[in-house]
Design a protein around this ligand. Structure first.
Ligand code: PLP
Length: 435
């Protein structure tokens, strides 16, 4: 029976074009999708950087089914379910030391907005309610709720929504033409972090609540931080009493070769957001981890019998999502997937950098199991990215495109054979002079 596509308004999609040329997935297993017609598509972006352990994991399906039968839902306002404490403890075991108080939501965007409110609550609790301004970075993506839209450095995501966004000042991004084809961290560029110092001098450091960065800027096409850049941000944030927030919605759970990018790059933020691979993408879930003293300050500041943080979601710490997350963490541990990402990275990056001389490749970047393929610009920004994404789909490879950048980041479970099949498709499509 033909599918009636009239009623679903697809997000971040040209719906008119989609109706003409639908691209759908009906089934998934391992690192493969199948279209409704049964055509096989290799998954080069782990879904949407969600399915780090590959698709169709039985352990997660079974944990979800079991949890649905035992406790399908429980509210978390003045009530709780034991499984959420179990998950928070398990997460604190893999997070950087000191980040061990965890607040749950259902999406990366919710995590970002929750983090914003937690930062504001913290400064208020510490007697600095004037710290209401945020700093973020050009080209950043922090989700699409109102806080994340305000932080957005991808201007297209902010442009149509003025009037509802909060006070954010943007630093520069760290990429420049001289870094083209750098594998791993660029050596030069730590000095770009001094933008934060300049902003503190201009606006008054005492007015700034937090600086948000993606340790590796993901959605824009994998921009790896220069050596020393994150360390420098940490120093300046400390100097001015500003909280450092790492948005690890993409970089979390082994993507960089360590559990989190914070550990990979040796810089501990005060607050960290995570989502996506927390449940291997199977059930919506996100979390905000904060340092012990942040939660303590907020809790201790309230003496009346009322919640300390007037914030939370119906689905915060949903027991089924908690079960999915626990099963996912179990897979990561038993299969040593974070270590696997670290050891597979060099083969992965060899494959990515083999695309260097192809006619449509302007730049290649990558770290761990995450890479960006920047296409040579076409006449209309983004048009080539969409076209290439479409051609790759036609040739049997799913890769996410943002503008004219492809974000190639397959599952941490990908075999070398599948990896080389994915690279072959990229070579085939990007190697044709005429797209
Ligand atoms: N933060 C970052 C760094 C992201 O990459 C994303 C999504 O890609 C988000 C936040 C938003 O997550 P969600 O789409 O789950 O709301």
């Amino acid at each position: 029976m033909p599918i009636n596509m009239d009623h679903h308004w697809l997000p971040f999609t040209n719906n008119r074009l989609f109706h003409k040329e639908p691209q759908m997935f009906a089934r998934a297993e391992g690192v493969r999708y199948w279209t409704p017609e049964g055509r096989e598509i290799l998954d080069g972006s782990s879904g949407l950087f969600t399915c780090a352990a590959g698709h169709g994991r039985k352990e997660i399906a079974e944990a979800v089914y079991k949890q649905l039968q035992v406790l399908d839902y429980s509210p978390h306002f003045q009530r709780a379910a034991p499984i959420s404490f179990e998950l928070a403890e398990a997460l604190s075991g893999i997070l950087p030391e000191g980040l061990d108080r965890i607040f749950f939501g259902s999406s990366g965007s919710e995590a970002v907005d929750s983090a914003i409110k937690i930062c504001l609550a913290y400064h208020k609790a510490k007697g600095e309610p004037q710290r209401t301004r945020f700093v973020s970075r050009a080209w950043a993506y922090h989700g699409v709720n109102l806080g994340g839209t305000s932080l957005a450095g991808m201007v297209n995501n902010r442009r149509d929504f003025s009037g509802v966004t909060c006070d954010v000042v943007h630093m520069r991004h760290t990429w420049n033409e001289d870094q083209r084809f750098t594998r791993g961290q660029p050596q030069d560029g730590a000095w770009i972090a001094e933008d934060l110092e300049e902003i503190c001098k201009t606006y008054g450091g005492e007015t700034i609540a937090a600086v948000f960065v993606e340790p590796i800027a993901g959605s824009i096409g994998t921009i790896v931080p220069p050596v020393g850049y994150l360390q420098k941000l940490r120093e300046i944030a400390d100097k001015y009493g500003i909280l450092l927030v790492f948005d690890e919605v993409i970089t979390g759970f082994g993507r960089t070769g360590s559990a989190f990018a914070a550990q990979e790059f040796g810089v501990t933020p005060d607050v960290m957001t995570m989502a996506k691979a927390i449940t291997n993408g199977a059930i919506p879930m996100s979390a905000v981890a904060v340092k012990t003293e942040i939660q303590k300050a907020v809790i201790d500041s309230i003496t009346a019998d009322r919640p300390e943080l007037m914030h939370g979601y119906t689905y915060s710490a949903h027991p089924v999502a908690c079960a999915a997350a626990l099963a996912t963490l179990g897979i990561y541990k038993t299969e040593g997937l974070f270590e696997r990402a670290a050891s597979l990275s060099s083969t992965f990056l060899d494959g990515v950098f083999s695309l260097r001389n192809l006619p449509h490749v302007h730049d290649l970047r990558g770290h761990g199991m995450m890479s960006g393929i920047q296409l040579t610009p076409g006449e209309t920004p983004g048009a080539k990215g969409s076209l290439v994404q479409r051609k790759l789909f036609d040739e049997g490879l799913h890769v996410k495109a943002t503008g004219d950048a492809l974000i190639f980041a397959p599952a941490l479970t990908t075999s070398e054979e599948d990896l080389s099949m994915m690279i072959d498709v990229l070579q085939k499509v990007l190697g044709k002079a005429e797209l």
